[in-house]
Structure formats: structure tokens, C-alpha cells
Design a binder for this molecule. Sequence first.
Ligand SMILES: Cc1cc2nc3c(=O)[nH]c(=O)nc-3n(C[C@H](O)[C@H](O)[C@H](O)COP(=O)(O)OP(=O)(O)OC[C@H]3O[C@@H](n4cnc5c(N)ncnc54)[C@H](O)[C@@H]3O)c2cc1C
Length: 452
Amino acid sequence: MAEFKSSAIDCGVVEAVQTRAFDVVVVGGGPAGMAAALAAHKADARVAILEREQHLGGILRQCIHPGFGLSHFKQELTGPEYAQRFIDQVQATDIALFLNSMVIGIDSGEPTEDAALHTVTLMSPAGMLQLTGRAVVLAMGCRERTRSEIKIPGSRPAGVFTAGLAQRYINIENLKPGSRAVILGSGDIGLIMARRCTLEGISVEGVYELMPYANGLRRNVKNCLDDFGIPLHLSTTVTRVIGHDRVEAVEVSQVDEHLAPIPGTERIVPCDTLLLSVGLIPENELSVAAGVELDPRTRGAVVDQSLQTGVPGIFACGNVLHVHDLADNVTTESERAGAAAAAYALGGGAETDAVADTGCELTVSPAGNAGYALPGRITAVALTKLNFRVRRPVDAARVKILADGEELFAGKVRAFKPSVMESFPLSAKVIQRALDLGASEIVLSVDPVEEA
Ligand SMILES: Cc1cc2nc3c(=O)[nH]c(=O)nc-3n(C[C@H](O)[C@H](O)[C@H](O)COP(=O)(O)OP(=O)(O)OC[C@H]3O[C@@H](n4cnc5c(N)ncnc54)[C@H](O)[C@@H]3O)c2cc1C
């Protein structure tokens, strides 16, 4: 394997920034980046992975609990075990690996026959380096929402952490964040941290959730809360942080149907630690600076069916595209992005995807209870995987596909939950039907079924 760790880069007096050329440059070395890189390499592209940490693996390095690999490997693995399988595969190839390398910019030029299209600039302890690639895959993952983003009133003592930071402290740094914790948010990271804290001897006073339902996967509510006797308080939120130097307690209040705290329901819960599991934000500052349009619903890029963004040759996958609950789904999606990026890079430009002569240009919009639909654009008449999430849980609903007010498809009646990312195969026939109607938009709707 050609490995370009930072120490290997010449850090003497450099007059011009060094440049290296690749077919596909992958930004991020988590499960998304590794799967994309391996798929592009399999298609005979010259590939580089750029990762700001010293190790590949992304966030999975700190997810030491089991539950990974069930669909991809048909075997239950921990996060590090799952990641290691891909690290081993990457290391068995000549994929160039730039670790300890923070990507600080992506510049895109006009596509030409032989010139590289994109220039990716990275900083490492050895200095600045530029990689050129005909295609770039964005795989930068997510970051967690913090206290300031949900504006919890009160004092500002030590002891307020995002759940993922506490996960890193415990699982990687061997540090104990506190002794008595309250967890705000019932997303999967919060549920997993409730169990982790309990196993580490930290008393968990309860998990408090603003919504009237748990936000994490059902299996995590069962395995992490029910099995450990940790209470889950729905329709309840933290309304004040109390403490001077260190958190001493939090005030919790019940909320009404508009999610506003109900006066008179305040309760003080003594604790020294508040863990926040209140959502993830795709890390898209680089993408925006590169001219990539974002979907305000996913906060990830608007992509087409091959996961190509609106900037030709820039693809996106994994949590930077939309938040996934299962790493296995990240892998499957990212393999598609890597293969499409290689096809673009080796095929010489944008016209590689059975797209060019179909005249197909449809936007995909969510409606009803569907919170988002991905891809947001369809440019080929071909079987297309649609991903979506519902906004609220519903016991009986069906997926409908509409164009120009006409119903083109109606799925089976079933239950939907916001915690589960859904996928749906949109057939070429339905896409063609929308085009025949002269539609420019396909609408994906998840409508509750009325009781007879
Ligand atoms: C705190 C946290 C805990 C989670 N816990 C679980 C869990 O328990 N179970 C589960 O199934 N899922 C969990 N997830 C979801 C999990 O992130 C995804 O399933 C999956 O790991 C996403 O893969 P990814 O490659 O898209 O992102 P990541 O794994 O986040 O990888 C992104 C990589 O990109 C790198 N990067 C970002 N920006 C740059 C840059 N500018 N230059 C160079 N490198 C860059 C990062 O360092 C990182 O290594 C968790 C997510 C978070 C944030």
C-alpha cells in the first residue's frame, strides 16, 4: 500500500505547494469514506483517502458496543470490529492514505478532456499539500448538536457534554465524565450512553425526551434502558442548568403538544453531569465552500440517483449526506457513491450515467408525513433507491408516489417510525410515467390511512 503519513511528506523549504494526482479523492476515512474508496478502487480508479484523525474508522472507533454488521456481514460486531474489516481491506490495496490530514478546501475547475477537475487542499503537521482528482467523494460524517444550539437556560458550569464526547472520554480516553448523570434526548447515542454510563458505575437518573415518543431504535430502548431499569420520561425537557463551577442539578419540565414547557411541572433532579443527545448535523462547511447546494431538510447535499451533487464530479455519502441510524446502510450507500465517482472519473466527465440522452430531469419532494426524500434529483430512467424518514410515528400509513396530481404508486399499509431510515425502490416505469405526464417533480408522500 502506498501510504503517505504526514511524516513522509517532505517538510523542508517548499516554494510551491506539492501536488499529487488521483482519479478519485475521498474526504473522510470513516465507514463511508472507506467503502467509497474500496468501490472506486475496485473499478480501477487511482484513489486517495484523506482523514484528519491519526486512524481510519471515523466515529465507529468509539462505538464499542455490538449491533454493527448484522446486514452487511450477517454477523454481530462492535463498531471497532466493523471498522477494522474495512481498514484491513483498504490496507490490502494501493489506495493512498493521508492520515492526520485536515482538508481545508476543494476548488472545482471547468471539466476538460484530460485535466483534473478538482483540487483538494489539506493541512498536516508536515505542511500543505494539494491533491487533484477528476472526482471527489465527500464523506465527512456529522457532528453533534450542542447546548448552545438548543438554548438551555441557566448557568454555564462544567459537566455539560454531548453524549458522543462522553462516549469518547469513556471508551477511548479512559476518563470518567461524572458520577451522576441526566441524559437529554432519546436518540441512539443517548440510549447507548445511558447503558455505558451505568456499566461504568455512573448513576443515570433518567433519560428525558421532548417528544411523546423515543427517538432511538426500539432495540436500543429495550437493550439500553429497559434492561437496566433506567427511566425514560417522554414529553419532558431540561429547562434549566443549575450549578456554579460544576453542574449541581437540572430543572426538568413537562411540555405541551406545542413542545412548550408547562408552568408548574418543574422538578429539580440532582446530578453532576448532563449529557446531550439532541441530534447530529452533517459536517458540510467544505461542501458549501465548494459550491454544493444543500437540502435544508437533510442538511446534506442535494444529490441525484448516483449520489452526485450539483457540482459535476463531486459525490456525497454517509452521514454527511443524511443521518443514518445503521453503519451497514452507510456502507451500502457509500459503495454506490464510490463506484459512481470512479465511473465519472474514468469515463471522462459528466455524461457517464445513462443520463445524457434520456432528457430526464425530475426533482423529488417529500409531502405529508415524509420529512425528506433522497435523492432530490433524478436524471435517469432507471430503478432508483429512494430514502426517507417520517416526521412522526404512525401506526398505519402508506407510501405514495405522485406526479402532476396523479397517483403513480401506492405501497402497503404499515407502521413508520422517525427513528428508522426507510428505503423504497422507485421503478423505471414510474419515472417514465411521470415524464410522460410532462411532470418536472415527483412527490413522495407518507399518508396515514383513515380507519374504515
Ligand atoms: C457521536 C456519535 C456516536 C455514534 N454512535 C453510533 C452507534 O453507536 N451506532 C451506530 O450504528 N451509529 C452510530 N453513530 C452513527 C455513525 O456515525 C454512522 O453509522 C457512521 O459511522 C457514519 O459514517 P461516516 O463515515 O459517514 O461518518 P464518520 O464515522 O463520522 O466519519 C467521518 C470521518 O471524516 C473525517 N473528516 C471530517 N471532516 C474532515 C476534513 N475536513 N478533513 C479530513 N477528514 C475529515 C472525520 O475525522 C471522520 O473520521 C454515531 C455517530 C456519532 C456522531
